[in-house]
Write a protein that binds this ligand. Sequence first.
Ligand SMILES: Nc1nc2c(c(=O)[nH]1)N[C@H]1C(S)=C(S)[C@@H](COP(=O)(O)OP(=O)(O)OC[C@H]3O[C@@H](n4cnc5c(=O)[nH]c(N)nc54)[C@H](O)[C@@H]3O)O[C@H]1N2
Ligand SMILES: Nc1nc2c(c(=O)[nH]1)N[C@H]1C(S)=C(S)[C@@H](COP(=O)(O)OP(=O)(O)OC[C@H]3O[C@@H](n4cnc5c(=O)[nH]c(N)nc54)[C@H](O)[C@@H]3O)O[C@H]1N2
Ligand code: SF4
Ligand SMILES: [Mo]
Length: 678
Amino acid sequence: MKRTLTVCPYCGVGCTFYLVSDKGRLVGVEPSATHPVSRGGLCVKGWNAYAFVHHPDRLTTPLVRRDGLLCPASWDEALNLVIEKLQAIQAKHGRDAVMFASSAKATNEENFLLMKLARAVFGTNNIDHCARLCHSSTVTGLAETFGSGAMTNSISCLDQTEVILVIGSNTTEQHPLIGSRILNAVRNGVRLIVADNRRIRLARHAELHLRHKNGSDVALLNGIMHVIISEGLTDRDFIAARTENYDALAKSVAEWTPERSADATGLKADEIIATARLFAGAERAMIVYSMGITQHSHGVDNVRCIASLAMLTGNVGRTGTGVNPLRGQNNVQGGCDMGALPDLYSGYQKVSDQKIRDKFARAWGVDELPESPGLPLTRAMDAASAGHLQGMFIMGENPMLSDPDQGHARKVLENLELLVVQDIFLTETAALADIVLPAACYAEKEGTFTNTERRVQRLHKAVAPPGTARADWEIICDLAERAGYPGMRYNNTAEIMNEAAALTPIYGGITDDRLDQHGLQWPCPDSSHPGTPILHLDHFTRGRGRFSPVTHRLPAELPDEQYPFVLTTGRTYFHWHTGSMTRRTHLLHREEPRSFIELHPDDAARIGVRDRDKLLVISRRGQVHTEARVTAMVIPGVVFMPFHFAEGAANALTNNILDPESSIPEFKVCAVSVEKLL
Ligand SMILES: Nc1nc2c(c(=O)[nH]1)N[C@H]1C(S)=C(S)[C@@H](COP(=O)(O)OP(=O)(O)OC[C@H]3O[C@@H](n4cnc5c(=O)[nH]c(N)nc54)[C@H](O)[C@@H]3O)O[C@H]1N2
Ligand SMILES: Nc1nc2c(c(=O)[nH]1)N[C@H]1C(S)=C(S)[C@@H](COP(=O)(O)OP(=O)(O)OC[C@H]3O[C@@H](n4cnc5c(=O)[nH]c(N)nc54)[C@H](O)[C@@H]3O)O[C@H]1N2
Ligand code: SF4
Ligand SMILES: [Mo]
């Protein structure tokens, strides 16, 4: 038996484990006892992360559509066709008629290369990835307030704080090894506040559980800040020494009395006052948040309020404090860091900056690079239906199930002149493609992933890919070569990282040989730098932290007579997003086999529904069949549905309205009706 140390392919916690293989086949997983985050533990997905790798559904050969059917083809034929068609579309409709979707499942090296392919070879900034659907509000909101959109502190800080505010994060199910860290901390005396109207597991251990209305976080946080200011609980020295624009914030929250905040959130004024006192009374307090904050048409405003709350109480730049957006996918931090974003190169360097463009153009041996920012992924769908986008190259994403308003997404994907999908399985999206390219998965390649605490860690190849499947980076290099670009020849992924590091100051000192065992946390500017566990130590990345006051805006779609329930969507412990991997993992699928919707017992009684009844859920966009799960997890008037299931797809219902600044969809609030199927 062989043991190969690598990184979990599921969530941003970034646990490492050994893949155990026997004669070229994976047979199990052993956790790494010394890893600073997982410390010998794994969640159920990690323990089972070997199981999908050898699934018989794995793609083994390229597929090309002939007479309407996807048929096996040679790599030569498939790759030449991709290049020929992309170039033909650009010749006819202009460079920006094609879009590249990168992947938070792929490595840093692969994300770097896809953005290089888009920019240097195809001359377009139309490159983005699922961070758009996820933490784009964080990237925008924290860049403005702090100058850097990443988690400010480290996971180990959870052991060294006094109060943790968890807002809009179902941590024990979605970041399990961070969730268990929080539970341990609470056992050791840390005080916990949970602001999430679902009765998530952490809520049972919280001193205060705020069950405010979906979409009312600005009203809640403004109310909390009002109390902190009016009771004199601010950190005056921190505000004076490290921040700007405090007066504007104070003025704006002055009108947010606890009573007004209570009215807008559905909470009691006392709960808001108690939260303010507990949070501001601590010497060290941490804020942990995730999609409950970001996935709103006012997601950036939510993030601004969170940044303000932390600065108001001096909780930035020290151990056991900070603003901690938990990044979702195993490498979504890395996808952003590597510049798979329409307006930024790697290291958050702006494409609009001539000096930056010149630097990349020189390194890549091209005359010029495109200047205007490209399309965000979520706007690409609308651009395509308006006829501005004809070709899409999607690496490792499944928008047919993960994009809002599935009916709209399907129409767009079906009508593209060219859809190329590079995946490990024939997903719902790949099934619509003109050309499908089979990729190697995490267990079959080398490279690095960056976890939520900015820790860059190495993968190691444990087994060979199935059939003729190839690592994403090898496919991208081959495409570049066939497009006539000679600047993408690498012998291994270490050479790609060297190029990325040379162009990306925050990764400047990251080289493969320094990453073994537990990786390095960026910023790591040079080869002797030990990495950075805590950001903004004595000044913010942008200099002074900026208070950005905001006004409360309601979600775009609220319940009415025809659609009386608020639908909020999210995830479960056992499944991963669109289920491509977890629904092919026997032990996980067995635990959660079917689409369901959580419904409060009072609502269920009122509409005559019992547990496990078959239901029809309808929104203005579509309808789905699903099954009732009658539970006090949710509050009356709110229903919750995971988006893992192709049959009973939550995104047939969701609203395609976007935050104007971050272009994130409002996945967390839309209006639906619920009927019992007879
Ligand atoms: N098992 C598993 N783990 C995962 C994933 C997975 O698919 N499966 N996906 C990964 C990814 S990419 C991500 S982004 C993360 C997401 O991790 P989370 O954000 O923790 O997960 P969600 O279920 O999307 O939503 C979290 C919570 O937001 C709450 N919420 C809804 N609306 C509001 C609101 O208006 N205000 C507040 N305060 N809360 C609200 C919901 O009640 C829910 O409990 O998980 C990662 N981890
Ligand atoms: N209703 C609703 N919708 C949501 C959300 C929500 O909360 N509610 N959350 C949103 C969020 S936060 C996210 S992050 C998105 C996620 O949306 P997606 O990223 O579209 O979802 P995944 O299922 O993770 O897709 C990853 C794909 O990569 C493939 N893959 C795995 N490994 C590799 C590899 O090494 N190479 C290649 N080429 N492919 C690989 C998998 O088979 C899978 O098809 O969903 C969003 N959609
Ligand atoms: S907590 Fe996340 S990284 Fe750790 S084993 Fe579970 S899914 Fe993998
Ligand atoms: Mo995500």
